[in-house]
Design a binder for this molecule. Sequence first.
Ligand code: F6R
Length: 595
Amino acid sequence: MCGIVGYIGKQDVTEILLGGLEKLEYRGYDSAGIALFNEEGVHVYKDKGRIADLCKIVDFEVKATLGIGHTRWATHGGPGKTNSHPHQSSSGRFTIVHNGVIENEGMLREKYLKDYPFKSETDTEVIVALIEHFANENKADIDNVIRHVMELLHGSYALGILDANEPGVLYAAKNKSPMLIGLGDDFNMIGSDAMAMLQCTNQFLETEDGEFIRLTREGVTIYGMTGYVVEREPFTATLDASDIEKGIYPHYMLKEIDEQPSVIRRIVQEYIVNDEIVIEQDILDAVKESDRIYIIAAGTSMHAGYVGKQLFEQMAGIPTEVHISSEFVYSTPVVSKKPFFVFISQSGETADSRAVLVKIKKLNYRSLTITNAPGSTLSREADFTLLLHAGPEIAVASTKAYTAQIAVQALLAAKVSNEPGIDLARELAIVANAIEILTNKKELFDRVTKELLTHRNCFYIGRHMDYYVALEAALKLKEISYIQAEGFAAGELKHGTIALIEKGTPVIAIISQESINLNTRSNIKEVKARGAKACVISMKSISSSTDDIVIDDVHPLLTPLVTVVPTQLIAYYAALHRGFDIDKPRNLAKSVTVE
Ligand code: F6R
């Protein structure tokens, strides 16, 4: 939710900010803006729309070596120009970009800013107004002014701040929202993630909640909550700039779907050494000592968690519950005596999941985060982390992270199992090959989608593991093609929802397990009898000659890894045929850092 970038150095800042913002666009793309600070003052360019639109209004003749930029996912106020960042204080002295949400903005307006001439509806303008308000009282020390304002703010923020009286300083502050510092020779940067700064550096410093940072061209000083100077070692990002390029692909989503076999193979390489699954002993002990696993996640990650539940229960015999993170915070169930919490999150930044983590930490429960983002908030704050090794996922619709999340859960479940279990190195290799065969059949999916998805709605049905994949398949279709899709337990359809089936309604059935094959096929007959246009995705060993998409067999517990792939491609082609922006669907953002 929103991306920020800032630079202070020697080079012209405009291209650096715009390049960084392009990489952050996955975090929101309602509006974008930059502020350039040179000897003439601070120049702000901002408007509704994408970075490409911003480029049309920026004056590239204006040269500056200090600046901040923002790409927005609207929370407070619509996506128009006035609500776009950067925001300036009424005198123009302070300019700010903000990622996060200020929960007590109403109270702050009321208490300190009654007569302030607000221009926007944003909570961000409250921050910049407060800075100006206190700077007018305490003219000498802007560091203290910003720190004081930080103390007053309740909520989440990553801030980049310019002070027109300080042409050699970029100020930053962080609480709950992600922010990294990028280090270079003769320059320093801030950014919501490393990708925004990779064009300039691969040396980074992490920041912690409550920290205030002063960046100059020559150095960076981080101050902790009570004003002490924090010493922290930089780290080198292993990301390569080419990892975040589309290459020959028209869309990141298609690239990421195609990357799934190599992601599965990489996971095997990372976690299996000499035929042994290698996972930190402390994690294994924590899982084994628990009497119940609680999987906490949102969206696609939650759907991967449903599959994980089956894996932990069937492979390791550990009772497992899956919870929507945004619900768990408020309607917390009675947990078992020795719970173990597993947070699944591609980004590691999802605010709903973090709220649960904060809550269960207070209760001294132990936790593991399964994430694609090392150093992310959920990773840092949980007791343990298992990485997905999926590489950056840029398309807003998650694909390779989902399959990676299932593969990593399978490895953990197999390792904590007391049974000899399945040979995951072999079985995951079979999975990778089966996915590769599917991704080589793009014309099939293109054609099936064209013929099938002619309506504004669609059903995915399945039982057991296939039901969980149906949920994910429907989400994928909804989020990028805007077709109203529902994932349904095939047996439940006749208990009400079948009333929605009419002539031509597309119903896609997933059949991966012998045990449910005949039952799901009966459900397909029921919907067909009511006029539905059916499409069947099945595994080879249980397929019928009339099935539309047949997948090479894999281990029955691992079928979601392959059955999801046709549904990802169907969603992709549905969006493509409708001419929508596949990588950046409307109203969404990749990293959901607001509750
Ligand atoms: C959908 C999608 C979302 C995310 C959800 C949680 O394609 O990506 O449903 O799964 O917002 O995000 P993470 O996994 O980053 O916690």
